[in-house]
Ligand binder design. Sequence first.
Ligand code: OSB
Ligand code: MG
Length: 371
Amino acid sequence: MGIKIERVVLRQIRMPLVHFFETSFGRTYERQIVLVEVVADGISGWGEVTAGENPFYNEEWTESAWLIVRDYVAPRVLKYDLLGPEETASRTSHIRGHLMARGGVEAAIWDLATRRSGVSLAKQIGGGSRTEIGCGVSIGIQDSVPQLIKKIETEVNAGYQRIKMKIKPGWDVDVIREVRAAFPNIRLMADANSAYTLADVDRLQKLDEFNLMMIEQPLAHDEIIDHVQLQAQLKTPICLDECIRSAHQAEQAIRLKACRIINIKLGRVGGFYEAKRVHDVAEAHGIPVWCGGMLESGIGRAHNIALSTLKNFVLPGDVSASKRYWARDIITPAVEVSAKGTITVPTGPGFGYEIDHDFLKSVTVREETVS
Ligand code: OSB
Ligand code: MG
């Protein structure tokens, strides 16, 4: 039975982060997140657009996402008898780019479809082989090295399975040396968010001595070829994040040996349909993947948990407890992480958490319905 979406409700929420988050492209104190509710037959499905507040991670941001969903994506999914959520990607593929905006709507339709049929989203997308997922944390650039070391200690003690630290020129080799000295045996990796160029090869080679699991996206956000050259000169595996927006690009990057690991982000690739294809192409080539994060609210987080149940998500992802980000989350229960660094995958319909409507209302700063 097809889904006939009656209305799409856009909401923008504003929520302060418990602790600021700094990457090579800037510092974030509070999130402005676009949420998507799709309604059919009295049932709601929920999605989150993972774009940031500024077009710095990629070209999308809160404002662009709002307009793209309202004016281009919503009209394409309304009223049509979509056969299933799989059709959403192709119904919006004429839109150039804006994958996060499209992915937010796509994810909402998956939630709706699975709430309606009563199955868990994890099962429906072909995951469900896993009852719990392994979790790591992403720790931003701090004001001082002791502050960073204290944060890492907190997360290691909480049970997280690997630590990712953000790096940039000037906050890299010397900082990682101190971190390694303090934690000789933890699973450690670094994420540069495109802060380097091939002129920095010598500097990046210095990281080889620290036994990092991987270096994430060292070079330009749109530059696969340069990563080929860099990987040939590094012992540490490169993991691509920003560069991989489709299964086709994933295959090209793998064939060219631009990376040995891929971070999959639901929004960055435009939703579950493409995320699964990226996963499959990586698996076929023996390339492990893990689930990236975009400082999501509980809705995006819940989608990430479902995605992480696919078989080739064999490395701990950046999917961690709600309380690391929010004083209070917009879903119930909040996402919790066990002492062994795992999240139990919910088995209820859809993404398996409920919306805390009262709290959601209190953090909503803008709302618009397209019908
Ligand atoms: O590159 O993975 C990234 C946050 C915002 C933008 C880009 C990235 C990140 C993170 C945070 O690393 C992961 C998370 O905890 O959600
Ligand atoms: Mg990254």
